[in-house]
Design a binder for this molecule. Structure first.
Ligand SMILES: [Zn+2]
Length: 54
């Protein structure tokens, strides 16, 4: 599982991830150059974080 999230929705993304995967994810900051092409799962803001399995 892999999710992108902005600063506002990061808690929501973490909750969904933990509920679905039953494990705590790693959280990685999205690089500036990748932000432009990557949107948050919950809104149209460019993603700041990638939440994923290790
Ligand atoms: Zn968002």
């Amino acid at each position: 599982m892999k999710m992108y999230s902005c600063e506002i929705h990061i808690n929501q993304a973490l909750d969904v991830f933990v509920a679905e995967e039953e494990t705590f994810p790693i959280m990685v900051k999205v690089k500036e150059e990748e932000k432009l092409s990557t949107k948050c799962e919950y809104c149209d803001t460019p993603a700041s974080y990638l939440v994923a399995n290790e």
